[in-house]
Design a protein around this ligand. Structure first.
Ligand SMILES: O=C(O)c1cc(C(=O)O)c2c(n1)C(=O)C(=O)c1cc(C(=O)O)[nH]c1-2
Length: 242
């Protein structure tokens, strides 16, 4: 017998489904739980900062892939801001530079971070999967994959709140990156969510596709944390912060 396809969820119900994915966010990954509870050693925290740098430098390339696939000028005008946020523009050095500052705040040199010498293979594979997805998928699908940012302000705020107490040896100036992302992520997500609700609400099948895409991206972040934790990437340094 022919079954009627399920009707699309209303916009609020679809948004609720997307937000419900927070249960698989990497804030719940054992490595991030340890980080928030102050249980990482300085060498482990440095390992995370050095590996995460590969994600930082890949984000603007991912966003450029979205731009290259998007024929809509209005969308491009707004999306382009993301690249400037990370690469910097005018007097603003941008997020990549701020992440290098975080590296220095945990005791790494600029070269330790930018050479990528501490980036472990599985971390690279996880991040590359995200960039490759954005290159190959439609721009609307790639936009949906950015929606893990719905949950990012919470984890940034958690680091701002817990690091000074748990990791007093980290120069607080290094937390600048997380502070700037609080506003940037909220603005980004307003745009990305609006586009996703518009495009995918045309059918239940599309809405379910958007949920699968968001799950894929949650898995990228989870796999990145697995990679860093399981490789036991620990960076010992000489000097007072060793
Ligand atoms: O520190 C984090 O846990 C975290 C997570 C995410 C995320 O949820 O994708 C991003 C960021 N940070 C971040 O700083 C950032 O600029 C960013 C951009 C994007 C994206 O998918 O376009 N995600 C994230």
């Amino acid at each position: 017998m022919y079954a009627e396809p399920a009707p699309p969820w209303s916009r609020p119900a679809f948004e609720e489904q997307l937000r419900g994915k927070s249960t698989s966010y990497h804030i719940h990954h054992p490595f991030h739980v340890m980080m928030a509870e102050g249980r990482l050693t300085p060498a482990q925290l440095r390992g995370w900062v050095a590996n995460r740098f590969y994600y930082q430098i890949s984000i603007p390339r991912k966003d450029a892939a979205i731009l290259s696939n998007c024929p809509d000028r209005e969308v491009r005008r707004e999306w382009a801001q993301r690249i400037l946020d990370h690469d910097g523009y005018g007097d603003d050095d941008g997020g990549i530079e701020a992440w290098i500052g975080l590296g220095q705040a945990v005791g790494l040199s600029r070269d330790d971070v930018t050479s990528l010498r501490y980036v472990v293979p599985a971390a690279r594979f996880a991040v590359d999967a995200y960039v490759n997805f954005a290159r190959q998928a439609s721009w609307q699908e790639a936009v949906a994959s950015s929606l893990t940012e719905l949950f990012a302000p919470h984890i940034h705020q958690q680091r701002i709140d817990t690091w000074p107490q748990h990791y007093p040896w980290v120069d607080v100036e290094g937390l600048r990156y997380f502070k700037s992302r609080l506003t940037q992520a909220r603005r980004d997500v307003q745009h990305g969510l609006h586009l996703t609700l518009d495009y995918f609400s045309r059918s239940r099948e599309l809405q379910e596709r958007a949920l699968d895409i968001l799950q894929f991206k949650l898995d990228v972040l989870w796999a990145l944390a697995d990679a860093i934790m399981l490789s036991q990437c620990e960076i010992e340094i000489k000097g007072p912060k060793a």
